[in-house]
Design a protein around this ligand. Sequence first.
Ligand code: 6PG
Length: 236
Amino acid sequence: MNNQDNFYSFSDHETLCSALADVISSILQKGIIKNGRASLMVSGGSTPVLLFKTLSNKNLPWTNIDIGLVDERWVAADDNDSNEHLVRTHLLQNHGAAANFTGMKTPAETATDGENECSNNLRKIHHPFDVLLLGMGGDGHTASLFPGAEKLKAATEMNSGKICIGITPVTASHERMTLSLPAILAAENIFLHITGQDKKNVLEKALIAGEAEEFPIRFILQQKETQSNFNIYWAQ
Ligand code: 6PG
């Protein structure tokens, strides 16, 4: 997955977001024509905000689009740290307000206790997912697959049969719910969206052969047998 022809670099983030929003829109529209519905799974963090805003202004058939989360902090859905809050604030606005959103947070005390209900909710989203957006942290994590997390192995076990896993990072705040690696890799189109030289340097390190647990983005980069289209979008 790490051949150079899947790496797209842009001089600025606005140009990246315009191009990526066009590509995502085209995939979703084709998915709707083919299957009647399409799905967009998004990560949180600060990087995707401009992309969310750009997508929200696209005049797509949003009532036929399911939106879900790649991961979630286990906080109230109106908490500023909530990815659901982020998506409701920036993506489920304008034309995007008509999309069908499914969050990950459940009333369960912990993410682990919420796995079954969250799995049932995720199964309501059109799958295989048409588009899945990943970010990456400076520690090489993606989704909530964090290096050093106790349940990283469980979350990346390809034969687990699990779609989501509660996981507690040691390098970030909040217990999380994350899509499992098999659930991520089942997506038809995966985009890694990163900006800045620091993250490009982390990516370069992750592209060097090594233990995936050290830089969990490697679980995606090193996959050979998955059928997903995988592309990296980077802006300076
Ligand atoms: C989250 C995200 C996470 C994010 C990276 C990058 O819930 O935090 O899903 O995986 O993509 O941490 O975050 P930034 O875009 O803020 O650098």
